[in-house]
Every structure is written in C-alpha cells, then in structure tokens.
Design a protein around this ligand. Sequence first.
Ligand code: ATP
Ligand code: MG
Length: 661
Amino acid sequence: MVSKILVVDDEPQVERLILQRFRRQVRNKEYEFTFARNGKEALSLLSEQDDIEMVLSDLNMPEMDGLTFLSKLKEIKPDLKAVIVSAYGDMKNIREAMNLGAFDFLTKPIEFEDLTATIKKTLKEAEMVRQAAFAKELEVMNEKLKELDTMKSRFFTNISHELRTPLTIIRGMADQLGKDPEEWLNKGVLMIKRNSDNLLNLVNQILDLRKLENGNLELNLVQDDIILYMRYILESFHSLAAQKDIKLTFDSKLSELYMDYDPAKILRVITNLLSNAVKFTSSKGSISLIVGQQDKKLVLKVQDTGIGIPEDKLTNIFDRFYQVDNAQSRKGEGTGIGLAIVKEFVELMEGEIWVESKLNEGTTFNISIPIRQNAELKQSSSNEEVQGAINIMVGGNTEIAKEDIKIEIAEQDLPNLLIVEDNEDVRQYLIACLQGKFNLISSENGEEGIKKAKEKVPDLIISDVMMPGKNGYELCGELKTDLLTSHIPIILLTAKADEESRISGLKHGADAYLAKPFNEEELVVRIEKLLDLRRALQHRYSNLENLTPSEDEAVQQEDEFILAIREAVLNNIDDENYGIPEVCRDLAMSRSQLHRKLKALTDRSTSHFIRSIRLQKAKELLLTTQMNVSEVAYEVGFRNPRYFSTTFSEEYGVAPNEVRK
Ligand code: ATP
Ligand code: MG
C-alpha cells in the first residue's frame, strides 16, 4: 500500500531532492509525495485529500509559517503526524513546534538516512493511531449492535405481553361462556371481540413494519377533501379523550382541501400520534390537531400538554422499539413501533416529520406533506368507516367496557382479595373468575394498589407486573417491607414467563407467580394454596409458648412482630391498665392497623390476643410456682379473680385451680 506524504517547503530544490532520493520508493509505489509551498497551500491540499498519512514541514515560509500551520493542523486533523524541519540551532522554534504537537523534528542540512528513518518511524506511528481509531470505531459499532439487541429483546417481551393479555381474556371468556352462557353472553362476546381487535391491530402493525423493511409498501392515493377526513379522525377520539378528561380540539385554517392522499396511511399516522398524545397526557390536559397550508405543503400538528420528552431522547423516539425509559413514559406499555411506522409512512408520502417537546409541558409533532392533485377524485371513507378502523387501532371503544361490563362487588364474609391490574378487561376477567369465592377490591394501578392494600389490609393480593406508575415489583417491594402489610401473600401476574423475571418477582418478595394466559382453575388453586399457608401461620401463633424459630425469613419477620407484642405485654403484665392504646403506643402503630395485622396473623382481635398472653403467663405461673389462683390473677393483671377464672376456663377448657392437678 502506498503511503502519502505531504512536504511543505518554500524552497523548490527540496522537491527535486526528495523525489531524487526516494526515486526507488516512489517507483515501487511505497511512497507518494505531494508538495506545498507554504502553510496555506498545505491546508487547502489537506482539505481536499483525506488519505495523507504524514506531513513534513519547514518552519520558515512566506504566507503562512510552519508554526501557524502546525497550530491549524492540530485543529483540523489532530491525529495527523507532522515532522518539522528547521535550521540547526533554531532550538526555540523547534521547542515551540514540538509543544504545538509536532511528532518529531529534523535539522538542516537534512541527512538522507536520518530522514528515511524518521519517515519510517512516523508512518508506523500513524498506522498505529489508525488502528486504534478503527478499534474504537468497532467498539462503538458493537455498542450500537448491543443496544439494538436489547431494544429487540424488549420489543419481544412487550409484544408477548401484548399478545398474552388479550389471549388471556379471549380464552378465559370462552371458558366463562361455556360454563354460564346466560350470564356471560353479552359481556363475554363484547370482550372477546374487543380483544381480538387488539390482536388484529398489533399483527397489522408488525406486518406493516415487515413490508416497510422489504420496501414492499406503496401508496394508494385518492383525491379527496383531507380536512374533512382529519375531522372524522379527530371525532373518533372524542370518547377516548373524554374518558381521561382531556380536551380535544380541531383547528384548521382551511375549510376544505382537495388533495392526493392514502387514507389508510394518513389514518394510521394521525391515529398513532393522537393515541400517543392521549396516552402521555394526564386528565384535564388538552390535545389539538392543527391543520394549515404552507406554500405547496399541508402542515399538520398534533399538540399535547402531556409529560413531554427529555431533550436527549428526542432523536431516538422515531427508532423502532424505542421507548423513553422512565416509569411515567412506560404508562401505556406499547411496543415502541408506533412512531417508527409514522416516520416511515410520512417519508413514503415524501413528507417530513419533526418533534418539539418540553419536559412536563408538552409535545408537538409536526408533519408536512406536499399537496398534489393528480389522483382520481374519489370519496376516501365515511365517518363510520374511520370510527370503525380507529376502534380497532386503539383497542375498541373502551366506553362500553365502563358502562356494561361492570360487575358488582358484594361485601360478604369471605376472604378479602385485592386485584391490582391496569387492563380493564383483565380486571373484569379476574373478577369473573373470583367473584362469589372472595370479597373483591380492585385497583387500576400500582400506586392506588399500595394505598388500598394499606387501608384495607386484604387477605391476598393479585397484581399485574407491567403497570403505569409503580409496577408489580415495586408494589411487592413496598408492601413486603412495610410491617403493616408484610404478611399479605402476593401473586404476580405477568406475560413474562421466562425464568429471569420469575426470579426477579420472587426476589421482590412475591409469593407466587402466574404467567398469562392462565386459566381460572390455575388461579384459584394458587390462591387456595397461599391462603392455606396463611392458616398455617395462624396455627403457629395460636400457641406462643413453644414458638420454634423458623428458617423462612418472611416468617421470622412476622415472628418478630408477634414476639414484640408479647414482650410489651409481659413487661407490663401486672398492670391491669396496660391495654390496646398502650400496645399501639409501644409498637408505634395505629389501633386499626394493629388490629388488622393481628387478626390476619392470629385470627384474633387485639384485646383477645393481649388477654391470651396474660392467660398464658398465668398458666405458666400456676405450673411453676406455689402462688394461689388469686395471686396469679393479680400478677397477670386481672383485678377480679372470679373473672380471671372464667376467662381462663374459656381459653383452656379447664379452671385455673385444676391446672396443677
Ligand atoms: P406503540 O405505539 O408501539 O404501541 P409506544 O407508544 O410506546 O408503543 P411510539 O409510539 O413509537 O411507541 O413512541 C415511542 C416513545 O416516545 C414512547 O414510548 C414515549 O416514551 C415517547 N412518546 C411518544 N409520543 C409522546 C408524547 N406525545 N408525549 C410524551 N412522550 C411521547
Ligand atoms: Mg405509540
């Protein structure tokens, strides 16, 4: 390979000398020399030729001297090695050149052998620098590939979640319909239909993506009034926006505009942007679709007052599978392909798309597409058709769900079960499976779930993993570390059936894991098993005398709690006034919290539990001391020996004076 060397010198004989001396190397295509008369010329040569590997430069030259040249060189090509040539004894300038980054220096008159060696050495160094840069490039490429890989695997996880959720409902509802057709006919059919729409939409989007990848997607243009079409699209979003209490407005400077467009693709573009806007805007916010014309272009804006997108993420959001990675943005789950498709479609229309956003203030997506009028005049779609297509795309008309599929939750004397699930249909399906067997409380997200769990202290919790705000793992972690709720068994429901997430769930303290799609029987068996474990715990605490230490960390935690109460009571055993308020004070819990927790662990009320600690102590005293019954009664905080005898008999089935026999 030929190495290119730039020689910068104002003396013409240098050129002749070098070409003569290196004749052999030039002929053998080892070296190729380029010559410049001064710094200026050298810089312009360098800007044209990218493959020069080293520079040999004089210091004293007209126009631009060597030192100035060196400092400019450092700016434009920091990696290019320069060797300077100067008069022997011109040490000051040589030092300065070296400080400016020169690689080496030669003194005049140049010795040929020295020059040859220096060129060799410099080229070798340049080669090493090049290789290091290449390695770095590879590394960056590798990083990028890795990133793409994680994005893909996240995409598959999300896709499988999105497939499994509707499948769970379709399968589950088919079961319910088989069992009780009358009860489920209307709701069941509706839910099945809506969830198959979801699946269909997902599959369509994935297919579009494939077609885009293969370049097989083309435009089916019609010429029609696009303003009216936009109006239809926006109208179809009214009910969805109303459910979230979001104001939706249409703002067009044009009353009509006949132009060529592909209705299906425009529909998908606007629907994706509007559903993102709805997804990432909280209630009381507003969304507008603004339409205008600029020169020969149609300009569309979808503007929201939502959570916004961090500035450093703006360049990524059009990437396939990309989702801004924070809890708030993970809200609607999704798969991260919506915007990738939007961008590809807009480009197919020879248009442009760009985004402006401010974190916590809102986002505007802008699209411009050329206005042309060549296609056949034809009505694109009716309002109903648009509505139908959008219903499929945004997961059916959710309003129906709220009105018709509501199932009454009755208060009965059954175990209390809290369901935490953001998907309305899955929630309803769970209710369908569990009603009649449990008292059900439900909650739409992790945050609310945690609040309800602390308020109601249910007997068991079933929670989805992927949820807006706090996810299932966070819910688990938070409830399991709070003394008040640590004993409640939690079942995590998830689409992630893989081992890793199972372990992650168990690490956060989940008691069981159920992968979607699950069936009713599986679910009920899991719940019963966990409730059995709870009963075993109650049995454990029915007799505190011989509490054997447990291996299980979770049980140890509960033991500690029970033993702390026992200790508090025992420390005040002869104080008849030491009761519920005092225990609450000593354990820093509210009366109702203490009551719920104790009831769950021991199946006894707080006063009952305190009394049983006193009675146990009494039994011990009767068995190990000579104290008479009245003395024992006073010793354990009973003022009335007769009352003591009655409660003792109730608890142990024998009167205190018979214990010693
Ligand atoms: P999908 O559309 O495939 O169901 P998605 O909505 O997460 O999933 P995109 O539509 O491609 O995927 O959006 C990518 C990401 O860009 C979103 O996950 C979100 O983080 C961010 N984003 C998109 N639109 C908005 C918006 N209007 N406000 C805030 N963030 C947004
Ligand atoms: Mg989207």
